[in-house]
Design a protein around this ligand. Structure first.
Ligand SMILES: O=C(O)CCC(=O)C(=O)O
Ligand SMILES: [Fe+2]
Length: 192
């Protein structure tokens, strides 16, 4: 794993955590086997469809973007991925949020994963399969810190831990470039 040069953060990236062949197989299995939902978000008093599909699996419910997510029980492919991520990061995860970006028009806005249920310095392990997308970090307060972007590759693992969520926001911007659909999984440990 390589460490990204971000102050007040601990972010590690492994571009080829899985081989392209394994990654293709995982993409297909997840695309077909996950119970993808089109959720909506309330913005400026209006109900809008989220710009991606989502699914939440794990041991406990979780509130995300103001939505309470009822957990679905673990399925074998997610158990297997969780086991490998646990092995690589040395952390336990009891939940996973999945995002399906159907095209370059799907995105995720600036946020940090700093909900109280995740604890003070959460470890969040993120797997990406399918089309490559840009992922950017922006410091919450330090104007001298330029945003930092990386490309999340097919079969990659990104680990955010320590004070990262406290000091930095992250997002997946829309892109006009033609891109393949992408599946992202963020493994988390929800307390309580
Ligand atoms: O799709 C991604 O890589 C980002 C996902 C993310 O930030 C999240 O689920 O909180
Ligand atoms: Fe996030």
């Amino acid at each position: 794993m390589q460490k990204l040069p971000l102050p007040n953060a601990e972010v590690y990236y492994a571009p080829r955590f899985f081989s392209p062949e394994e990654s293709n197989a995982y993409f297909r299995e997840l695309e077909q086997g996950i119970n993808w939902q089109q959720e909506s978000i309330r913005m400026f008093g209006k109900e809008l469809p989220m710009p991606r599909l989502t699914a939440w699996y794990g041991d406990k419910g979780y509130t995300y973007s103001g939505l309470y997510n009822e957990p679905k029980p673990w399925v074998p492919v997610l158990q297997k991925l969780r086991e490998q991520v646990k092995e690589a990061t040395g952390q336990e995860y009891n939940s996973v949020l999945l995002n399906f970006y159907r095209s370059g028009n799907d995105s995720m806005g600036w946020h940090s994963d700093d909900e109280a249920e995740l604890g003070k310095e959460p470890s969040i392990a993120s797997l990406s399969f399918g089309g490559e997308r840009r992922f950017s970090f922006k410091h919450r307060t330090r104007k001298d810190q330029k945003p930092v972007s990386i490309t999340l590759e097919h079969g990659s693992l990104l680990l955010m831990q320590g004070p990262t969520q406290h000091h930095w926001l992250h997002h997946i911007p829309k892109t006009k470039r033609p891109v393949q659909p992408r599946i992202n999984l963020t493994f988390r440990n929800v307390k309580g």
